[in-house]
Design a protein around this ligand. Structure first.
Ligand code: NI
Length: 226
């Protein structure tokens, strides 16, 4: 399942981030890739230890916390904190799959269930640079407005096409979900979306809304592995 979430970051968030990126230190993207991905990664990575990186992480994580759609789609247990990359001058990230297991700052291993890209540059400011994700419905090409994000299975093969003009800056992060099974996660997301719109229509006191909400929570209880 591929989910796009619009306006995760507001215009003022983007402005705040742009201020931090002025004069920021960029490093070779291969430093943060492992295995075969290293061979196909040709981009720049914002210094992970910089104050700019810390400030951007804090904004993005705060907005994810507040995003009802993100929480519903991902049911996150762990989030691997965002990294910021820049593709320019023909920079690309060839076809790869993300590492299955990542290590959090405190040494805790996490499984990557979902990968996410938050676009920080407006699409009219660069050409090329589409994120192409292979799915069972064929390859999907993604290029979103600044502040929008896409959430996709970490198991999928994906690439970033060469950026032929301008610069494409994006934040990427990974999620270990409370539900390892993608199909269970997808069904719960569908159910939750239906409950949300039914609630809008009929209100929280509607008995059917209350029953469906109980079913939703009981399914999470059955399937979640906290
Ligand atoms: Ni990737």
């Amino acid at each position: 399942m591929l989910i796009t979430i619009e306006r995760v970051l507001s215009d003022s968030d983007l402005l705040h981030i742009a201020t931090h990126l002025e004069g920021a230190r960029w490093r070779d993207g291969r430093e943060t890739a492992a295995g075969p991905a290293q061979q196909v990664k040709h981009n720049l990575q914002l210094d992970p230890d910089s104050t700019a990186m810390a400030a951007i992480r804090s904004v993005v994580l705060r907005r994810l916390q507040a995003s009802v759609l993100f929480q519903s789609a991902a049911l996150p247990r762990h989030i691997f904190p965002p990294l910021v990359n820049c593709h320019r001058d023909g920079g690309e990230y060839g076809l790869h799959t993300d590492s299955a297991v990542m290590t959090l700052g405190d040494g805790t291993p996490m499984r990557s269930d979902l990968s996410a890209t938050v676009f920080l540059t407006a699409p009219q400011d660069y050409s090329g640079g589409d994120l192409v994700i292979e799915s069972s419905f064929g390859a999907q090409s993604i290029k979103l407005e600044a502040g929008d994000m896409v959430l996709y299975p970490s198991s999928s093969l994906h690439c970033v096409n060469p950026v032929v003009s301008g610069s494409r800056i994006a934040a990427c992060f990974w999620v270990q979900s409370l539900l390892a099974d993608a199909q269970q996660r997808e069904q719960l997301f569908e159910l939750d979306q239906a409950i949300q719109s039914l609630t809008q229509e009929r209100g929280l006191q509607c008995p059917q809304v209350q029953r469906l909400t109980a079913v939703y929570h009981n399914l999470v209880r059955m399937w979640a592995a906290p």
